[in-house]
Design a protein around this ligand. Structure first.
Ligand SMILES: Nc1ncnc2c1ncn2[C@@H]1O[C@H](COP(=O)(O)OP(=O)(O)O)[C@@H](O)[C@H]1O
Ligand SMILES: [Mg+2]
Length: 469
């Protein structure tokens, strides 16, 4: 009945029709295992007056794992427009839980700190999203603090308990899929390992100290990017409450922008969230793994974008980034032997069935989808369905691009990732020219890590030849 009331069976667009059975079995499994008390209260949250799409949003708001899923697909252009309109409510909304409860939690933990700096709640800023509640504050004695407007971020009181219950069900669900794999299109998918990665990622979402670490790293990572802001983190934060700078502005998709401004924003988002981590000169680069619109603010005054919510972030080593770019080149030049070798290297030689992988590569090469950076990641995704296991952060990066793509399409339907990639890498390649000349004469000692573009001379020549062809 819940599935019917929420229209759950109709939400999957035709292009993902292969996944319908797996999604509907999964949701049925989850709903039938949830505790009777929770089921009762979520059933009662579904009002008769609402449309199925609005009921679906209500349902997701009661189930943190579904809430996260809803945020990821909320801007996917393949999803029905009316449903998308409802799903964007999951990105963030005005706080519905009692503000007094959240205020009380904060005062209990930080009362003396608030007195010291003359801190008062600002009830004009109170939001909630999948796991957190956010309450604003102003500070009358900011000496030594450096911020006058800030926010407290607290995990919503009932979320951890709900999430633990759902994670236990997800463990069973992974086993259920594993033993019924013949029924689905994903025969060889590593359900158990993948679900355990997802579980770890979801647990990180309710661990504020993890987000606090990421916030500090991200702030220093984006320190010299003028178009980007990351909230300043206040050291007096506790395990249960993050104190940070208030980001002025509004959700980027809500801002009233001209077409030109939207285009500029889309460029800024792609460069800073994808290119910057990909071509960073640091050995490990951090990336925002959940860039849905509720986590991206835009300030008209400063023309900057702000990246909020660092609870889910990933890391890519230079080695992995160079491997992605090499794989892009191999796909671009349609060299299936080299693609196979690159895949093998990325999967730590964990290939069980070589023939299946080679077939998948040939199939992919007949109709590669997406741009230069999306292609290798889409291929990795489809190989994961065939049972190859890749480092979880690589698949997280693919998920980040997938999420961001919805936002980019909404800002600028003509946005072209490849064009932006070329614009970003052109100056890097120019900078590298002297070094490239040197290695051209001594190819045996060429070290691609010394180029920020991470592309070898040989691959660059292949790309150029591919274009000229
Ligand atoms: N530093 C901030 N400045 C302004 N608004 C914020 C800030 N941090 C969070 N918010 C608001 O609160 C909402 C929820 O916070 P977020 O960190 O995204 O929590 P969740 O993990 O639940 O998604 C955001 O979508 C945004 O609207
Ligand atoms: Mg968020």
């Amino acid at each position: 009945m819940v599935i019917e009331l929420t229209g759950l069976n109709d939400i999957i667009p035709d292009i993902y029709s292969d996944f319908r059975p797996i999604v509907s079995d999964g949701i049925l499994f989850l709903l039938s295992r949830i505790s009777p008390e929770r089921f009762y209260s979520l059933f009662h949250a579904l009002s008769e007056e609402d449309t199925p799409a609005d009921r679906l949003v209500r349902l997701a708001q009661e189930i943190p794992t579904l809430h996260k899923l809803g945020q990821i697909i909320a801007r996917n252009q393949n999803i029905d427009k009316e449903l998308r309109k409802s799903l964007v409510n999951l990105e963030n909304s005005i706080m519905k839980i009692e503000v007094a409860i959240i205020g009380g939690i904060i005062e209990d933990a930080l009362g003396s700190w608030m007195n010291e700096y003359g801190v008062q709640f600002n009830y004009n800023v109170c939001y909630e999203a999948s796991v957190a509640a956010v309450l604003g504050f102003t500070c009358n004695r900011p000496q030594g603090l450096n911020i006058t407007d800030g926010v407290f971020k607290v995990i919503k009181p009932d979320v951890p308990q709900r999430l633990y219950e759902e994670l236990e069900i997800l463990d069973d669900l992974a086993n259920f899929y594993d033993s019924n794999r013949h029924k689905y299109s994903l025969h060889n998918f590593r359900f158990i390992e993948t679900f355990s990665d997802i579980k770890l990622a979801l647990l990180k979402e309710i661990d504020l100290s993890n987000e606090q670490r990421n916030l500090q790293r991200a702030r220093s990572f984006y320190n010299d990017v003028k178009t980007v802001k990351v909230p300043r983190f206040v050291l007096s934060s506790t395990k249960g409450i993050t104190i940070m700078e208030f980001m002025k502005g509004e959700k980027i998709t809500d801002a009233d922008l001209t077409l030109l401004e939207r285009r500029r924003c889309a460029k800024t988002l792609f460069s800073s969230l994808i290119c910057y981590p990909l071509f960073s000169d640091q050995l490990q680069s951090i990336f925002h793994a959940d860039p849905h619109a509720g986590n991206i603010y835009y300030s008209r005054q400063t023309e900057q974008v702000a990246f909020l919510d660092w609870s889910l972030a990933g890391e890519l080593h230079k080695r992995e980034r160079a491997a992605i770019l090499k794989l892009s080149t191999d796909i671009f030049t349609k060299n299936s032997a080299r693609i196979y070798e690159s895949i093998k290297a990325l999967s730590d030689d964990d290939i069980r069935d070589e023939r299946v992988i080679r077939e998948e590569i040939s199939r992919f090469l007949t109709a590669p989808s997406g741009g230069f950076i999306e292609q290798p990641l889409t291929l990795l995704d489809s190989l994961a369905f065939k049972g190859v296991k890749f480092p979880s952060d690589l698949l997280l990066f693919r998920k980040a691009i997938f999420t961001l793509n919805g936002v980019l399409q909404e800002l600028d339907p003509d946005f072209n990732m490849d064009r932006q990639l070329i614009e970003f890498t052109a100056p890097l390649l120019l900078d590298e020219l002297p070094l490239r000349w040197f290695y051209l004469f001594f190819p045996l000692v060429e070290n691609t890590y010394r180029y920020r573009s991470l592309i070898s001379n040989l691959d660059l020549i292949k790309i150029a030849q591919g274009w000229l062809r």
